[in-house]
Design a protein around this ligand. Structure first.
Ligand code: SF4
Length: 45
């Protein structure tokens, strides 16, 4: 299951949290990408 930390929009802040440049807010690293509020998960390349 991919999570926010696997997404191209994710920039880590620490082990558990990062910034989502798409939402413009913090998200949890292990948040299920299937639950992305904007449905804009994109795998990192
Ligand atoms: S775009 Fe969605 S899946 Fe990607 S980091 Fe932001 S909230 Fe997570």
């Amino acid at each position: 299951m991919p999570t926010c930390k696997d997404c191209t929009f994710y920039t880590p802040v620490n082990e558990t949290t990062g910034n989502c440049s798409n939402l413009g807010s913090e998200v949890l690293a292990d948040k299920d990408a299937g639950m992305c509020p904007r449905r804009t998960f994109q795998p990192r390349t």
